[in-house]
Design a protein around this ligand. Structure first.
Ligand code: EPS
Length: 377
């Protein structure tokens, strides 16, 4: 089991990640990490900031000669935009200047964050609450993914709806799921993709923003990850916790999710079969690969709903925290739609939880030790 923390402000020097407890002797490919960081930056509907940044991981510790050491891994992802913000964001000399914000955006951390931490400048809140922070979580997830590669575990994500445009069919084919990387909205269905792009265009013209739903599928997870014996060891609980921790995520569903609440038991539960070659298996997967808080060997299927970004170019009503006057919210440069990017973040956050729980079951100090436990399972 490893734990991790992230640090960093959106326009500060960079984002930092620290991982403690990652096993030794895991081969790390930096190009793969930078590729994942790049995947998060893409997506139709993103704003101007992504033209400035080319996220790259600068590994500071815990890895030597392309292999993990078992010691804490730390890394930094530089904010190129810092050059334009040094005057305001320098840790010692930074000033509020004309970047001071006093008009909180409804739906953002702005108002309550400023009240809670005692700030007159809301920038102090938005700098950390910004989804820029997710770059660090993608960094952590990419390392977790490389660990799980050794055990044949793969993760995919794709967007299933943006605004009113949706994919109707369940996609389970790995080759097809991998196609989402080629789509500007990370959608594998060309018809839905065109409709999604249209929705984003419409929102952009209307100076509005747009949310959506993405799906994560994790393939190859052995049965028995997580546990039923205690609430905080349930795999679904830990996935929901971590995924709800992503900025703007308002709902998490496993398998049939909310739909299960409207069905009969006979319509929902996946009947059990056995075959000498396959062992136990199911013909359906409405449980989304998790029963009793444990993986059951089927694909893990999770959906997350993302609300529209709170920064609107046609701002909503708010109150100036200095004057208490009714005003319009601050317009901070933003994205019209970040659902495709969020699907990559979701993928990485979910795979991090799987890696943590995988290690809770098969854990050891080195990859070899984990491998021998896994093989004998
Ligand atoms: C964000 C505002 C925008 C986004 C940002 C999240 O940044 P800026 O204010 O610098 O234009 O692009 O997302 C990222 C920078 C990122 O890397 O995802 C916000 O307010 O949350």
């Amino acid at each position: 089991m490893f734990r991790y923390l992230t640090a960093g402000e959106s326009h500060g020097k960079g984002l930092v990640g620290v991982i403690e407890g990652f096993p030794s002797n895991v081969k790390i490919d930096l190009d793969k990490i930078n590729h994942d960081l790049g995947r998060r930056q893409k997506g139709y509907g993103r704003g101007e900031r992504m033209k400035i940044e080319q996220d790259q991981m600068n590994i500071l510790s815990g890895i030597r000669g392309g292999k993990t050491l078992g010691s804490p891994i730390s890394f930094m992802i530089e904010n190129k935009d810092y050059q334009n913000w040094e005057e305001y964001m320098d840790p010692i000399e930074g000033k509020e200047g004309n970047r001071k914000i006093t008009m909180p955006r409804p739906g953002h951390a702005d108002l309550i964050g400023a009240l809670k931490y005692g700030f007159s400048d809301i920038r102090n809140v938005l700098e950390r609450s910004s989804a820029r922070e997710t770059a660090a979580r993608v960094g952590v997830g990419s390392l977790a993914k490389q660990l799980l590669d050794n055990f044949g575990i793969e993760v995919f994500s794709h967007v299933i709806s943006i605004g009113g445009a949706s994919v109707y069919e369940q996609i389970s084919d790995k080759e097809l799921l991998a196609q989402s990387d080629k789509s500007e909205v990370r959608c594998c269905d060309p018809k839905a993709e065109a409709a999604m792009i249209e929705e984003i265009e419409r929102a952009k013209v209307a100076k509005d923003s747009l949310g959506g739903i993405f799906e994560i599928r994790i393939v190859g997870v052995p049965a028995g990850i997580g546990s039923y014996v205690q609430w905080d060891r349930k795999l679904d609980a830990n996935l929901a916790f971590a995924l709800m921790g992503i900025q703007a995520i308002k709902g998490v569903e496993i398998g049939a999710g909310f739909c299960a609440g409207r069905k009969l038991g006979s319509e929902i539960h996946d009947e059990i079969y056995h075959d000498v070659d396959r062992g136990y298996y199911r013909k359906t997967n409405r449980a989304g690969g998790i029963e009793g808080g444990m993986s059951n060997g089927e694909d893990i299927i999770i959906r997350c709903a993302m609300k529209p970004i709170p920064t609107l170019y046609k701002p909503l009503k708010t109150v100036d925290v200095e004057t208490k006057e009714q005003v319009l919210a601050t317009v901070e440069r933003s994205d019209t739609c970040a659902v495709p990017a969020a699907s990559v973040v979701g993928e990485m956050v979910a795979v991090t939880v799987i890696a943590q729980e995988f290690l809770r079951k098969f854990g050891g100090d080195s990859l070899e030790e984990i491998m021998s436990k896994w093989k004998s399972y």
